[in-house]
Design a binder for this molecule. Structure first.
Ligand code: COI
Length: 355
């Protein structure tokens, strides 16, 4: 990839936000990576330039029919100021799966990873130093051809933007409260729930807003057919520890194959836990809670890392989980993942990639 570089001059660099109060996705760095695709020409005009607005035709197809996909990964500042990425190839490969499902062009993951690393090196001073804070990386692809026919666009824009972030949830690592919806559904088998396309998130907002009005941080989605089997949280996958079994719903085609989910499965299997990827109904979870065998519930995701769940609300009743405190397994997983991600602990899996 021929990478054109246009650096922002020193006196135009932005001032940095307060690292103790970053929130999530509110600040953006000085540069971004951009490349363009045109049918017959492939990907071209790849470059790193000043973070700035795009100019789009009002008929740009993404604005009408939503051909938009994205990824989320993070850069971590570790020991001796070294910067690491966590399983970036898995994110870029998943993005190509999303591209195929949405009839968008795929790209060379090695070239894009190299461009991403270069972008992070240029904006290196934005990788936070504060404990637990990271630089969130958002690769995105949208259809930019002007046209109102419903068909795959012939032109696309691929960009990567960077945002220094703190915890995704205001609760930090404290348990969140989740609303189990049987009114709305997120995805259906044969649909696009297994890929990271913008529409999945747009469709989730109404349920999230209603849940928030009732005092819940997130929505737990059930399957669209029976409204019974647990799917995911939308911003993360979900795990249940019942007795000595750690359970997460299988990749049935309507949930996102989370990279943190996969990492949790690998770690817990290596720790000798009994781990199952199997259908689990909301009734099974609540019955286990009644019986006292539901030990822990936690979400897993790039933004969410490991998020303990302290309460579930279903059909108007709230169920407290594990006394509303972060469980042992959530704590161990959080600590282990962060130790690997920040390069504090040797990574036996080959997950970390130095920038
Ligand atoms: C992520 O975990 O990176 C996500 O993309 C979830 C969300 C913030 C949209």
């Amino acid at each position: 990839m021929d990478l054109k570089l246009e650096r922002v001059i020193d006196n135009e660099l932005k001032s940095k936000p307060d690292e103790s109060n970053l929130g999530f996705g509110q600040y953006f760095t000085d540069h971004m990576f951009v490349m363009t695709y045109d049918e017959g020409k492939g990907w071209h005009e790849a470059g790193i330039k000043k973070y700035a607005n795009f100019s789009l035709d009002p008929a740009a197809m993404v604005l009408h029919y939503g051909q938009a996909i994205f990824e989320g990964l993070k850069a971590y500042r570790g020991k001796r100021e070294k910067i690491y990425l966590f399983r970036p190839n898995a994110n870029l490969e998943r993005m190509n799966v999303s591209a195929e499902r949405m009839c968008m062009p795929t790209f060379d993951t090695k070239e894009v990873l190299a461009a991403m690393q270069e972008l992070i090196r240029i904006d290196e001073s934005w990788v936070p130093h504060a404990k637990g804070a990271t630089l969130y990386i958002r690769p995105t692809m949208v259809a930019i051809e002007a046209g109102l026919g419903v068909r795959p666009a012939k032109s696309y824009l691929f960009f990567i933007i960077l945002s220094p972030v703190g915890a995704y949830y205001p609760e930090g690592f404290n348990p969140i409260k989740i609303y189990v919806t049987d009114t709305y559904v997120r995805a259906v088998s044969g649909g696009v729930g297994h890929v990271k396309t913008a529409g999945n998130y747009a469709a989730s907002i109404m349920a999230a807003v209603e849940a928030q009005k009732k005092g819940y941080t997130q929505v737990l989605w059930l399957d669209a057919v029976h409204r019974k089997f647990i799917e995911e949280v939308g911003t993360s996958n979900i795990f249940f520890q019942i007795g000595d079994e750690l359970i997460t719903p299988p990749l049935s085609g309507s949930i996102l194959p989370g990279i943190t989910r996969d990492s949790v499965l690998k770690l817990t299997k290596d720790w000798g836990l009994k781990v199952s990827e199997r259908p689990i109904s909301i009734d099974e979870v609540l019955q286990a809670n009644e019986k006292g065998t539901l030990k822990e519930v936690f979400g897993s995701g790039t933004a969410a890392v490991i998020s303990p769940v302290g309460a579930l609300c279903y059909k108007g009743r709230e169920y407290t989980v594990n006394g509303a405190i972060a469980g042992e397994l959530s704590q161990r997983l959080f600590a282990e993942l962060q130790a690997i991600q920040f390069g504090i602990k040797t990574d036996p899996y080959g997950w970390t990639v130095a920038v």
